[in-house]
Every structure is written in C-alpha cells, then in structure tokens.
Write a protein that binds this ligand. Structure first.
Ligand code: NAI
Length: 766
C-alpha cells in the first residue's frame, strides 16, 4: 500500500512494535526461569508456562516455588534487612539507580509486558513503565528524607508482597519502592499469568548491584501466595481480588503481621447534565476500555443524568464503534487481549447471564479478545451493577438529582474510586466528599501518581500506596508500647450495702439503658469490697449502639472548630469533678488516681487542639492540576479500652470524635466504674446523642461481635492481646480496618487511625 492509497481511502494501516528484543532477551534465558533469591536465580524447574494471550504462543516456562524456596527467600530478606535499614542515603542511591535502569530499558520492559499480559503497547509504553519509573524516583526521595522527616518511624522488617496480573510491573513498583525506601526488604510474588517483567526487574536489581537478599522474587500460583502469607514476614501487602483479600485477612488474624489490602471495585462514573459530554465520553474510553477494563479502579458503573442520557449514550456508542481491537503490539490499537482465556470466559459468562437492560457490543477478533460492551437500563440492584466484571464491560443507569447520584454511587460494597463530570466546580467539590471512596477524579479519570495515595475503603480494602500517606504502611512507631501484663478484675465476697439498685447502665444513643440480657456483675476493689454493679452488654446492645452511632452521622459533617469546643467543654466538666474521679480510680485500682485524671484532661485538650488542625495536603502531581488529599472520618469506630479506668476510655473517644467519627467503646473490663461515671460528664457537655456510646462487660464476647458487624468501619482493641485473632478474623466480613495495640499510640498515630485519606484530583484549564 502506498501513501497515496492510504490518503485516498484513509484505511487504517497497522504499526506494529517489534518483539525481537524481548524475544532475544527470553532466548538468553533459554526461555526458562527459576526464582530470584538472595541475589541469584535458582535453577529453572519448568513447572508452568507463561503465554502471550493475543496469540497463545508460549513465551517461557516458569518455576512454582516450593516451601523451601519461600523459606530461603524470607531468610535471605531477613539477613539483608538490618544493614539495608542503616542508611537512607544509600537506599536513595539504589532506588535512583533502579529508576534509571528502568528508564534505560523502558522499551524492553514495555514490549515484554505487552507480550505477557496482552495490554496495548501504547499503554505499557506510555503509562505502566513510566509510572513504574516515577515510583522509584519518587521513593528514592522518601528514602533520603526518612531520617529527617519521619524521625519517629522505623522499618517493619521483611515484607511479603503478592501482586495481580493487570499491571504487573507497575504493581511491583508500587509495592517494592516504598518498602525499600523505608528500610524493609521484600519477598514478592508476581501473578502466575504475568511474571516476566518481575523477572527482568530481578535482573536489573542484579545489574545495579542491589545488595543480595533485599529483593527476592518467587513465582507460582495462589499456593505460593499462601506460603508467603504463612511465612515469617512482618507485613503482607496484597493487591488482587476481594475474595483472596478475605482469605489473607483471616489467615493473618492474630499473627501481629501488618497488612494492607488493595482489592476490587465497582467505581461509579457520574455524568451531570452540564458536563462537557464529548470529554466525558473520551474519559470513559480511559475509564473502562483502558487495559481492557481489567483495572481495579475502572469507572465501570456509569450514572448519567436523565435529561442528557439519550444524547450521551448515542455519542458513547459512536465512540465505541471507533475503538480498534486487536494485536496489542500494534501502536494504533485501543483495546488489546484479555489476560487469559479463563478470564475471558468469566467476562463472557457474566454478560451472557444478564437478562436485564439493553446490551450494545462492538466486534472483536477471534481468540482471547472481548468486544467493548455497554449495558444500559439497569437498576442499582442489578447483579452487573454490583459485581466486578473486570473486563471491557460498562453498565449504566440514570439519575435525576445530585442527591440521587450520590445515593446510587454509594450503593455498593466497594469504595475504591469515583469520577465526577460537571462544568460546575462547586457541584463537583460538593459531591466529592459525599462519595464513599478513596479517590475521586473530577473531569478526568484513572489518574495515578507516586505522589498521591491510592487505595480504598469498605471491601476495596485498606491502606494507601503512594504519597506521604503510603509510607506509614511500611513503617512502625519507634516507641511502640510494649505488651502490657494482663490485668484482671479483683475478686471479692462482700455485697453491696446500698439496698437501692445502682447498677451502672450502658449509654446508647444519648440515653442510659439497661443491658439487653439483663445481666450485671459486682465490681470489687483491691481488698475485695464491693464497689458497685456494672451491666454486661451483649451482641444486641452492640447492635443498638451501632445503630445509634449511625443515626448520629451529622457529627461527621460538623466543623473541626465545633468539635474542638465540645472536647474542651468535656475537659472542663471533667476537671470540675477531678477529685471525685481520682477517688473512684483509687477505689477501683488501689493506686492514686490524680495523675490519671490529669492525663485524661490533657488528652481531651490535645485532641481539641488537633480537631481543627489535622489538615490534609495538596499533592503536587505531574498534571496541570492538583490532588487534594482530604482527611475524612473513618465512620463508626468500635473499641475495646485498655484497663486504665478513665485514661483508657478518653484516649479512645477523644481522637475518634475529634476527627468526626462516632464511637462505640467498651470500657475497661477490669475497672469499668470510672467510665460509667463519665456518662454524666458526657450528658452535660453538648456531645450529641449517639456520638459516644458506652458499653461495659466481657471483652472476649464483644471482640467477635465488633469484628463481624457489617456497619462498623473500624475496630480498635487495646484490651487483652488474645482478642486480636477473633477481631481480625471476623473483620474479614466487611474488611474493616483494625488497630490492635497494648495502649493507644501517640496523637499522630491515633489521628491517622481515626481518618481516611481521600485524594480528589482536580485538573486545571480548558
Ligand atoms: P487473585 O486475587 O486470585 O490473584 C491475585 C494474586 O494473589 C496472584 O498473585 C495470585 O497468585 C495470588 N493468590 C491467589 N490465591 C491466593 C491465596 N489463597 N493466598 C495468597 N495469594 C493468593 O486474582 P485473579 O484470580 O488473578 O483474578 C480473579 C478476579 O480478581 C478478577 O476477575 C478480578 O475481579 C479480581 N482482580 C482484582 C484486581 C485488583 O487490582 N483489584 C487484580 C486482579 C484481579
């Protein structure tokens, strides 16, 4: 075909990228790979193959790690960790060297990624590989700054990292760069479909002279993931399906291992009637057809304002008709191959099983390709509006008002990302905070950068990757409190002298209430004298308290200024009764109580101070625009307090309510009567009903109820460490955040625990 012909017909001419260099690199390895452990490749075992999904060709044979391999990798990482942690500057130099090496071999990485995964070369070349480099550059900076900017943090130790197949090298960079920057060493497992760029990365580690054992890569399927999960690592970082996230949450429950989970999503893409419709259509190409829709934050749920729906769908279908599907190595291709025939079959089955709405599909070549698909006329409860399809399938419905858009957007068990299109910035910035998600893109979509945290809420997991907020997941406090000796209630025989029943009640929804089960216990002092009776709360009381906390959701919208005033007022009212509280603490514990009361007052002042100062950040991301990292309350926090009668309660409720959360606290199990006295302070201090709910009773029983409750967003436990396993295992229900420690931490750590970071991306310009 001549240029003249092309100009005459304007027919599309393919522009394939050469695979020769990538194939030549595979040939240098005889197309066989072992694992990369302690700075060396192990002998290849040829257990399974990695294929090019676009044509089914076998690219290489790979090894399935055995227990010995995983053990060797973890012990190599352990051996290397201490000296790796010594110098931030040395780490910065290595991370910089890795970034440079990735840049130097960018084309090889891009082609290899496309061959192995099926994604269009345009994406691997322009997005995956440059973002991976950027991650290493950015985190080289964090390594350099750790000593001065995070003086109270230290590395966790060895991190086990398990990643998926949709962004193989990029997910590796997201995991390895921050871990290494903060002085940890790693054992990483790529997904079984897509291990090749991780193995090329291992070779790059060797080339830049990275100390052996700092990065270890083991290959294989979920069974290897299970071995890593069970191994002697200090942290597990997982990206993948919500189902496996749950398995890992349960498997690590009570182990003391740190955990971050970046899971699935069903992210809403909201188009208001004043949006620039052509831009919004173009945005959808990036939202749902980028990487064949195999993106955890894909804008897969389209919500269109009713008045423009017909016009918008028409424009969208016409754009879909123009998408080119085919050979991923062709630079003009928009949609490449699905990662594997199994995944393709899953997508096809889900679409075929849908009997609702109207389906519009373009065409796709034979093989492991799936046509871009739009299904309109669904309702929010339709199966395909709720379930993650993880393919190039967009599902849609319409809405009438902004309030309805928010309600529909939030009607999902996930909470990863959301997109809002409107020309009205006030509307966009009003909607963004109301969306339950970790990320919001305004008039843009799928923007990611190393400087901005990425991650979700609800069943999309917890923890952030990237930005300052991502670093806490790879560090721990240097002065972490040591495990405390168990404290048990005093026993006694005496009976209460007062004939009138003065059983301390529970405090739920602003009212004192009797326990559902009708049980109580006598609280004894150190000499066995009966001090009073306390209610024993059960699961029903917890449910009532959570319901009351949910009703008090207005608290989350109050200003920091108002919350500060109420915390100061609590402190003032406590101070006027300090002698009485000090006596109560002495009677309960046998130790003088003045210091504890003073400390509780100071804690209230500290969090009152922070209530209107714990600000977000504006991240400087490399777009014409900003990412606003907003601190938001977590929601409803349930907590088991440590044994200290008053301070144990105040150090939980003060940070929680200062940040706008509602709290259900189960008071000191051994010494609950100071907390129940505090109910009167709450009643006289303008704390709205339901913001603080107080239970007393058995922590072991509460632990599993709190962990399992679907409407609790986080559980904190500073009670007996033996409750950790029950809380964490049960928390897999809705993947709530958990914080387990002997006592509440320093203010910044507690404020972090009491907030979620939402990154709102706002581009500038026409
Ligand atoms: P997956 O969650 O099974 O795999 C992700 C990683 O976890 C892989 O490295 C895998 O080997 C490993 N793994 C599997 N079972 C494990 C276990 N029991 N313990 C430890 N590690 C384990 O995801 P898969 O099967 O590749 O895809 C299934 C579905 O998951 C997709 O259709 C999609 O809906 C979702 N998914 C979501 C991703 C995200 O980024 N949120 C990424 C990949 C898949």
């Amino acid at each position: 075909m001549t240029v003249k012909n092309i100009l005459e017909t304007m027919d599309y001419g393919p522009a394939p990228e050469s695979a020769a260099e990538a194939m030549a690199w595979l040939d240098t390895k005889n197309r066989q790979f072992g694992h990369f452990i302690d700075g060396k490749f192990t002998p290849p075992m040829q257990d399974f193959t990695s294929k090019n999904p676009a044509n089914g060709e076998v690219l290489a044979s790979l090894s399935q790690a055995r227990q010995d391999d995983v053990d060797a990798a973890v012990s190599a990482a352990r051996k290397a960790q201490k000296s790796w942690a010594k110098s931030g500057h040395t780490r910065a130099k290595y991370l910089y060297a890795l970034a440079r090496a990735l840049q130097k071999h960018a084309r090889l990485f891009a082609v290899l990624e496309t061959l192995d995964n099926g994604k269009p070369i345009r994406e691997s070349r322009d997005i995956d590989i440059p973002l991976a480099q950027r991650h290493f550059y950015h985190h080289a900076g964090f390594a350099q700054l750790m000593e001065t900017e995070l003086p109270d943090r230290e590395p966790l130790g060895v991190c086990g990292q398990i990643i998926p197949w949709n962004f193989p090298l990029l997910m590796l960079a997201w995991k390895i760069a921050p871990a290494l920057a903060m002085g940890n060493t790693v054992v990483l497992k790529p997904a079984e479909y897509t291990s090749l760029t991780a193995l090329l990365f291992a070779e790059i580690c060797d080339q830049v002279g990275l100390p052996k054992g700092v990065v270890n890569i083991v290959t294989g399927d979920g069974a290897v993931g299970e071995m890593i999960t069970a191994s002697d690592v200090d942290k597990l970082a997982f990206t993948g399906s919500t189902e496996v996230g749950r398995i890992i949450r349960k498997a690590t429950a009570g182990s003391g291992k740190a955990l971050s989970l970046e899971l699935g999503g069903k992210s809403p893409y909201i188009v208001f009637d004043d949006a620039d419709l052509d831009s919004a259509v173009e945005g959808l190409v990036d939202a749902i057809w980028f990487n064949q829709g195999q993106v955890c934050c894909a804008g897969s749920r389209l919500l269109v304002q009713e008045g423009i729906a017909d016009t918008f769908y028409r424009k969208l279908k016409s754009r879909m008709d123009g998408l080119r599907i085919g050979d991923p190595l062709d630079k003009c291709i928009d949609v490449g191959a699905i990662v594997d025939p199994i995944q393709r079959a899953t997508i096809a089955d889900m679409v075929a099983s849908n009997k609702e709405g109207e389906t519009y599909q373009t065409t796709a070549p034979e093989g492991c390709f799936y046509p871009p698909t739009l299904i309109t006329g669904l309702t929010t409860s339709s199966k395909l509006m709720q379930e993650e399809i993880f393919g190039p399938v967009l599902v849609s419905t319409t809405f009438r008002t902004p309030a309805e858009a928010v309600a529909m957007a939030n009607d999902t068990r996930y909470g990863l990302a959301a997109t809002v299109w409107t020309e009205n910035i006030n509307l966009a910035l009003d909607i963004a905070p109301q969306l339950v998600s970790g990320i919001v893109w305004v008039n843009s979509t799928n923007l990611m950068d190393a400087a901005a945290g990425f991650g979700g809420v609800r069943e999309s997991g917890f923890g952030r990757e990237g930005g300052w907020e991502g670093l806490s997941g790879y560090t721990k406090a240097k002065d972490a409190p040591k495990p405390a000796k168990p404290v048990t209630a005093f026993e006694g025989k005496g009976s209460l002298s007062d004939p009138i029943d003065r059983t301390a009640k529970l405090y739920i929804g602003g009212k004192q209430s009797r326990p559902d089960g009708g049980y109580s216990r006598v609280v004894y002092g150190p000499k066995g004298d009966a001090l009073g009776e306390v209610s024993l709360a059960n699961g029903k009381d917890l449910r009532n308290a959570v319901e009351a906390a949910h009703k008090a959701k207005g608290w989350s919208k109050t200003t920091g200024h108002l919350r500060a005033q109420i915390l100061y007022y609590l402190a003032e009212n406590l101070a006027t009764r300090s002698a009485e509280f000090a006596d109560r603490i002495k009677a309960l514990t046998g130790k003088q109580g003045r210091d504890e009361v003073e400390s509780a007052i100071q804690t209230l002042f500290t969090y009152a101070a922070w209530a209107d100062k714990y600000d977000g950040q504006v991240h400087g991301v490399p777009i014409r625009g900003v990412a606003l990292a907003m601190k938001e309350p977590v929601g409803v926090i349930a907590a088991l307090c440590d044994p200290r009668p008053l301070a144990g309660l105040i150090e939980v409720i003060a940070p929680a309510i200062a940040m706008g959360n509602r709290v259900v606290a189960s008071a000191s199990e051994a010494f609950p009567l100071a907390a129940t006295d505090f109910i009167q302070v709450l009643e006289t201090s303008d704390v709205p009903a339901g913001v603080v709910n107080l239970l007393t009773g058995d922590h072991a029983e509460m632990a599993s109820h709190m962990g399992a409750h679907m409407d609790i967003d986080a559980v904190w436990s500073f009670s007996d460490p033996s409750h950790a396993a029950a809380i964490e295992a049960a928390s897999a229900s809705n993947l709530k955040r958990t914080l387990i420690a002997p006592v509440p931490g320093a203010a910044k750590a507690m404020l972090d625990a009491a907030t979620e970071v939402k990154n709102i991306w706002v581009p500038y310009g026409e």
